[in-house]
Design a protein around this ligand. Sequence first.
Ligand code: FMN
Length: 376
Amino acid sequence: MIISAPTDFRAAAQRRLPPFLFHYIDGGSGAETTLRRNEADLQALSVRQNVLRDVAGLSTATTLFGEDMALPVVLAPVGLTGMYARRGEVQAARAAAAHGVPFTLSTVSVCPLEEVQAQCPRPIWFQLYVLKDRGFMRAVLERAKAAGIKTLVFTVDMPLPGSRYRDAHSGMSGARAPLRRMVQAMTHPAWAWDVGLRGRPHDLGNISRYMGKPMALGDYIGWLGANFDPAIGWKDLEWIRAFWDGPMVVKGILEPDDARDAVRFGADGLVVSNHGGRQLDGTLSSVAALPRIADAVKGDLRILADSGVRTGLDVVRMIASGADAVMLGRAFIYALAARGEAGVGQLLDLIGRDMRVTMALTGARTLADLGAHTLA
Ligand SMILES: Cc1cc2nc3c(=O)[nH]c(=O)nc-3n(C[C@H](O)[C@H](O)[C@H](O)COP(=O)(O)O)c2cc1C
């Protein structure tokens, strides 16, 4: 299969993955209105072409929390990444490091944080969910510190999991799910051999180490449902701010009021995000929410944005709308599922090239040259 555009990886991932995994990645919540809006609202933004602006020496580089980055891009935390490719978190982290960008490890990764950090030459970022089990939270933060992780991403848009209706249809959850998953694996032999057999153990590495027993994929959905904490408020998080001395990024902000609360809380950054359309269906796309948040808090903390970013042009659109950097979710997961570490590297090359073409033709030499004036 020929891959020449960043968006080509999705079809390649669909061919390789058992449907229960492809649809778990690809799907959103409810009627998937916000999922569609994320991409549609980005694509609806026109960029202005400006010529003869001397763009020699064009650079996509930036700095975030003291880290040099070749692109204003961070790989987003994505649960179960080790099910989409063999030890997938390690492969994605290595590709990110080779391309000069950070990788964020999810709380609910297959590979434990120690395994990923040991095989990645750049400090990874770690994402934490607010869970009922505070003992787990404290223990995992201590482990992250001990492993040399500096940047903590704290995801706040999951007081409970969204309604992901595709999962019951695909065999991810619902009646006879284990049997359906097994049949799907048998009909996708390349995945079954590479990931299903050679990618073991398939458990939630960060959690099973804490529990002292394996957490199987079948236990995952139930564990998540039982452990999210709807009783949480900003005050309950103060101990984490006090405990974590590195940069802390709050992920899942869509309203200026909440962004101001994140500043008061002492966050170093926030991610404007609707979780890729997987939580509150019907809410704003991230790119529609972003300009008002940037107006409210730009300069007080660093602003990242995600949800719907698929191309270098989309990265430029987010930056022009007020972000300092973006997170990529599905874009890198499709590439990883299709071609592993090499696929993620190829995606980052394509996104970098696409960004440079877009910046050159809009007359921008650096990221600082992008702004509201870039958009029509
Ligand atoms: C399969 C999947 C699993 C995800 N798991 C997590 C997670 O464990 N923690 C988290 O903070 N966000 C998670 N997210 C959300 C991503 O971090 C990110 O916000 C989202 O994918 C961005 O949208 P995009 O996929 O359109 O780029 C997940 C997203 C997907 C697609």
